[in-house]
Design a protein. Sequence first.
Length: 452
Amino acid sequence: MQVTNAGEIIESSKFNKFHGMLLFWGALIMVFDGYDLTIYGAVVPSIMKEWGITPVETGMIGSYALMGMMLGALIFGTIADRIGRKKVILICTFIFSLFMLLAGFAALAKSPELFGLCRFITGLGLGGVMPNVIGLISDFSSKRTRSRMIATIMAGFSIGGVLAATLSIVIIPNFGWHSVFFFGALPLLLLPLLARTLPDSVGTYLVKKDYKQLKELLVKVNPLYKPSENEQFILNGIEKSTSTVTSLFSNRRAFSTVMFWLAYFMSLLMIYGLNTWLPKLMNEAGFPLGSSLSFLLALNVGATVGAILMGWVADRFGVKRMLIMFYIVAAITILSLGFATNMFLLYLLVAIAGATTIGSQNLSNSYVSQFYPVSMRSTGLGWALGIGRIGGIVGPMLGGYLLASTLTLQTNFLVFALPGVIAALAIFFTDRKSKKAEATVSDSEEQITSIT
């Protein structure tokens, strides 16, 4: 009987059409993830005007989707390590697409309560899909390309933000702000094709002992692999602990886990605070609505470019080192927005802020997915995103209170800049308590390799 290490087959693979297919679906799902979240910030001025609600009430509605995302990440991230990432991705895509459609009808009905409920359930799907798409991409990527692969699909999130801002500029004046929510239902049409072509994780096939499907999958991942009769498989980094939350605190991972959660909290506070309130903040500073939406467009264009470039930079110079630098640059550029008056400089600063906030979050996802063993990857990433969503909830609410307090523009941007400094410090302190754990995992991997 031959025992084959599936992890080594994946590690030695080169980019091919299988990886291209994964990138396509991952990026497309992230496009709608980014669109569905960013679109609310684009319609905030219109909602406040039509419904006559206060900034605080507007911020609360904006936080409903993020509350749903928090629960979705916690629930579906953990479930996926048990039932498989593919099933969870399909379920979550169905949920967020359907309730984007229903949110559009709720907006037409002028029902803030029903609209808020639809946004909350949309958030459940969005929160559950992201850690599982990242986890699936990470499962089939080699260490030398993993950051780039994850950064590429996460660029889709930023492209979704660009799409949201662009469609809002074009559609809202002609068809009303309600119409932009219907676009978010398009993935419903793609679900049958997604179900037919998307693979499940290697770990799922191993748990089921479905070696026939696993062999066919590994041939697609690495065409140099030649399956044989009576072949059994193992996978690098599988620990005895399962996907329970307590496993995130075992083997000296506790300190780094808490630091990841703190970094995610601060990062998502910045991202969703800016995505929700940047158009309104610039509108209050004297810019017309069209120009204010252009700032949102610049934010997400910068994030798209930054997401791709940062993945390449991180693979070359190290994810942790680049994360610390990018978070510090994010804090500086956001603070500078309150003082710049030149239009070109403002757009440039907004683009850099987008690249370094959303881009840093994308890199954080890559860093966390590589930190935890494959058996708890979705759990670790899901809980980091779930706890981080609390910051995402606080961001829009904080922006509403800041706007209602009539503080200066400089003070508003200072408040959104400080989390960048805290996130940089949190990343700096990660991994300090887990070196022995890493050594243990490395030793176990060497033992596994020796078996084959």
